[in-house]
Design a protein. Structure first.
Length: 447
């Protein structure tokens, strides 16, 4: 039999053991409840967490107002209206949406910059790269019902008038954009005499006084200096002339018939292209570099340069030469002729160089009508015109799309046209004549 001391110790040990066991059970229960609570909270947070929106890329990286851009990424909404896509501060129309791709329309008046996307209450995400917005400008002339020619231009398809129907006959021949300023070269009749002038953002600048006939046919701007090429009559003949700002520079000293059709400025050098009468009544194709003449033909056959373009010190010129009474489209690179496909019965009117590719606008007498066309690296593409004659006057390229300005003509009316990858667009609903003479595509950024 245990003594009282032993019994007391055993009783205390039992009490301690029971206390410890109860405490452990309570702690284990509490820990289980905490883990359950954390699990619930964790599940709730995971359920409420919104997926991260990502913008991987957009194609193309540069486009015109109204073009379609494809944006790729992750976690876009499949509901078009829940995807807010901003080009700057301007919302784009979303035309299709999947979780990984949005197709949007470049909005009017937006500027180059990064694309912002916000989806159904998520934080906005911004593209890593900038999108380049381009504007399309076309200079031309539209006639009123009273047959008054109005100098004007189109910007992204919207026309702006430089003169009005109550003023004199006026013609816009060439357009150039520099630092968002719009320069249009042309001429306006005053007291029956054409006055050479250009318009800067709609404000006219006269280069001649109206004492003699003068016309601007091409304009170029570099480092704030305005260069215009054309001709001024000397009393006997039209003389090839260019103007640097208001300074007049005649290119032909002996006063023989000549004309300047195109001007280009590169590294401070001024290139002016056109023609001069050399032998009898024949015209020789020529350009002048800083006033020094370079003849591309010898004057045996009538020839002319209609457009000149300079890149990496390479001089590109296009025009025509009459051979056996047939006009033949011509292209010269650094004064050497390069053969164009289907050049017979043709005129080359304008040239540009884009990513080392050579694009030339022109037209051809073909099957009883005149057909607008262009060459890319010497290979011809004909533009649609049906039974009517079509003329290509200028060319531009963006994202492998080819833009050609010109006009369509029948026996009564000429209509200003734009071709985009051979699809023709009528630029005006004027019932009278209209012409699209010059085209440029330029990047746009808010100042």
């Amino acid at each position: 039999m245990k003594d009282s001391s032993a019994q007391l110790i055993e009783k205390n040990q039992t009490m301690i053991f029971n206390y410890s066991k109860n405490t452990f059970d309570l702690l284990r229960f509490g820990l289980a409840m905490c883990l359950a609570a954390f699990a619930l909270i964790g599940c709730k947070d995971k359920d409420d967490e919104k997926p991260v929106i990502q913008v991987a890329s957009f194609i193309p990286g540069s486009a015109l107002i109204g073009d379609t851009v494809t944006i790729t990424g992750n976690n876009f909404s499949t509901d078009k209206v829940k995807n807010l896509v901003l080009f700057g501060n301007y919302p784009a129309e979303v035309i299709s949406a999947t979780t990984t791709e949005l197709k949007v329309i470049v909005p009017t008046e937006c500027s180059s910059g990064k694309i912002n996307i916000k989806i159904d209450g998520h934080d906005a995400v911004t593209s890593a790269e900038e999108f380049i917005v381009n504007h399309l400008y076309i200079a031309g002339t539209v006639f009123t019902r009273k047959n008054t020619g109005i100098a004007m231009y189109w910007k992204n398809g919207v026309e702006s008038l430089l003169t009005d129907s109550s003023s004199n006959q006026a013609y816009s021949e060439s357009i150039f954009i520099a630092n968002n300023d719009i320069y249009v070269g042309g001429y306006e009749f005053e007291n029956g005499v054409p006055v050479a002038k250009y318009w800067k953002n709609g404000t006219e600048v006269s280069l001649t006084t109206g004492n003699r006939s003068a016309k601007i046919r091409s304009i170029y701007v570099e480092n704030g200096n305005v260069y215009c090429a054309g001709d001024e009559h000397n009393g006997n003949n039209s003389i090839a002339t260019y103007w640097e700002n208001s300074k007049e520079v005649p290119l032909v000293k002996d006063g023989d018939l000549s004309l300047a059709n195109s001007i280009f400025v590169s590294n401070g050098d001024v290139y002016v292209a056109g023609y001069e009468r050399d032998k009898g009544d024949s015209l020789a194709a020529k350009y002048w570099k800083n006033g020094i003449e370079v003849a591309l033909t010898d004057g045996t056959n009538t020839a002319a340069i209609n457009s000149i373009y300079v890149e990496n010190r390479n001089v590109h010129a296009v025009g025509y030469e009459v051979q056996d009474s047939v006009p033949v489209a011509k292209y010269w690179k650094n004064d050497t002729e390069i053969i164009l496909e289907s050049s017979a019965n043709s005129y080359a009117t304008h040239i540009i160089v884009v990513n080392n590719d050579i694009y030339i606008a022109g037209y051809e007498y073909k099957n009883g009508v005149i057909v607008a066309k262009y060459w890319k690296n010497g290979i011809v593409t004909y533009l649609p015109g049906g039974t009517k004659s079509t003329y290509a006057t200028s060319i531009g390229v963006l994202n492998n799309k080819v833009y050609v300005s010109g006009y369509e003509a029948d026996v009564r009316t000429q209509v200003a046209k734009l071709w985009v990858n051979s699809k023709d667009i009528t630029l005006t609903n004027s019932p009278k004549n209209s012409f699209a003479n010059s085209l440029v595509i330029v990047p746009y950024r808010l100042p």
